[in-house]
Design a protein around this ligand. Structure first.
Ligand code: SF4
Length: 165
C-alpha cells in the first residue's frame, strides 16, 4: 500500500491513545486541506501491510488505530487488512474519509473492499473539509459539516448515527 506516514501515540486523531496511518492519495481536493502532500497517488512511500500492522501492534498502550489520509477508502482493501488485524488484537478502529457515510454506503454496494472496511470501522469521521465551516473548537474534526459517526449503529439503522460522547 502507499502511505504518507505513520504516527504513534496520537491523542488528536480519535479517542484514547492511537496509532495513525496516513494513507497516500486523495481525490477530494478540499480547499484549505492541511495535508496537500498526501494527494498524489504516486507520492509517499510503499509499505507492506504486514509491516504497518507490526508497527501498530508494537505499542501495548495503544487503544486503537486511525486510518486517515489522504483517502483511506481509496485503498480500502489494504486498510481493511489493517482494520481486521486491529480488531482481532482488541484495538478499535477509526476511519477518516472525505466521502460521507451515505456515499460510502452507496459505494459499498458494488465494492466488497469498501463494504469490508466500513464493516470493520467503529467510528467514521466523514465528509470533505469545508474551509468556510472550519472551526478550531471542534474535537477530532476540522469543519462543522464533518460528523463523528457510530458505524455499527449507522449500518444497523441504514442511516448515519452520530457517536455519543
Ligand atoms: S479529504 Fe482530507 S486529505 Fe483529502 S483533500 Fe480533503 S482534507 Fe485533504
Amino acid at each position: 500500500m502507499r502511505i504518507a506516514g505513520t504516527v504513534q501515540d496520537s491523542i488528536v486523531d480519535g479517542a484514547g491513545l492511537r496509532f495513525v496511518v496516513f494513507t497516500q492519495g486523495c481525490p477530494h481536493g478540499c480547499d484549505g486541506c492541511h495535508n496537500p502532500e498526501t494527494h498524489d497517488f504516486a507520492g509517499g512511500i510503499e509499505r507492506e501491510v504486514a509491516s504497518v500492522v507490526a508497527e501498530m501492534l508494537a505499542n501495548p498502550l495503544t487503544d486503537g488505530v486511525t486510518l486517515s489520509g489522504g483517502e483511506p477508502f481509496a485503498q480500502a482493501r489494504d486498510c481493511a487488512e489493517i482494520a481486521a488485524a486491529a480488531k482481532s488484537n482488541g484495538l478499535n478502529v477509526w476511519v477518516y474519509s472525505g466521502w460521507t457515510f451515505e456515499e460510502l454506503l452507496e459505494q459499498s454496494r458494488g465494492d466488497t473492499d469498501t463494504r469490508r472496511l466500513l464493516g470493520l470501522a467503529d467510528v467514521l469521521v466523514d465528509g470533505r473539509f469545508e474551509l468556510p465551516l472550519r472551526s478550531l473548537d471542534l474535537k477530532f474534526r476540522g469543519s462543522r459539516n464533518q460528523r463523528i459517526l457510530d458505524v455499527p449503529a449507522s449500518l444497523a439503522a441504514n442511516v448515519a448515527v452520530i457517536r455519543e460522547k
